[in-house]
Each structure stands twice: as C-alpha cells, then as structure tokens.
Design a protein around this ligand. Sequence first.
Ligand SMILES: [Zn+2]
Length: 160
Amino acid sequence: MELQKLGKLSFLISQNVDNLHLRSGIRPDLLAELHGNITKLRCTRCEAEVDKSAGLGRCPCGGKLVSSVVNFGQPLPRKALADSYWHSENCALFIVAGSSLVVTPAADMPRVALESGARLVIINQGETPFDRVAHLRFWEGIREVLPPAVAQLKELMRVS
Ligand SMILES: [Zn+2]
C-alpha cells in the first residue's frame, strides 16, 4: 500500500483469498488474486467478478456466478494469470514477500522475471527454490524488512 502511494508498485500478485489487499487500499487494477477472493463471485462465462454482497444470481452477460475461490485442481482465472505473467516479464524488480514459491504457477513467475532481466528480491523465513539465484535474500519476516525498506525509499525519493 505504501509502495502504491509512492508510485512504486507496478503490480501485486497474490495467492491470498482473504480480501486483505483490497481492504488495505490496493487498486484492483494493480492486483492479481490468483486463487480468487472469498468476498467475490466469478462469472463462469465472461470471468467478470462481482461482490457477493451484491446478491446477484447471474452475471449481466447471462453466465452463472460461482465462488471465485480456486480449489485445488481447478483452473486459475485467465486474466489474473495473463496479467501476472505479463508483469513478471516486464518488471525491473520482482519482490517475493512471504512465499515459499512451491505452488505453481506463482512459483514460476520469479523465473520468468529473471529470464527477462529483472532483479529478484526474496523475503521469506523458509527456504525457496530461488534462494541461490536471488540478487538479495532476506530470511527475516516481511514486517521486519518491508517497512524499513519503504521508509528508506521515501528518504531517497525526498532527496532526489
Ligand atoms: Zn459474465
């Protein structure tokens, strides 16, 4: 959220379904919720997402609305997936925060970013398959790393 305010968040790929990112104020167009969102329904025909609270039975396109949460073995939302790959290919810096990078396709995206020339930063307390190739590796928790890093970034942006 702080990074978004600074204009330094180009995209956020999430495997969480808890709606916390949107509640914290992350712009929906900057977010891919690969595994869905417990507060949203998805149209089986056009993939549009609507809030459960809207109480709709069908999408305006006529398609059926089902839970947007992706269960094991189900396909991931196509647009979220395509956007995630596009941003992985086109970013300069890819930050992994609190993921062990074992569930594909999210686990595949740091590789795509690296192959496209991005720098890779990993913040995770457990091992990941990318530890040896990361440009910067933090073994602390996200809360110990990101807030001070963002504070420093703010300082730098003030100076420049
Ligand atoms: Zn629809």
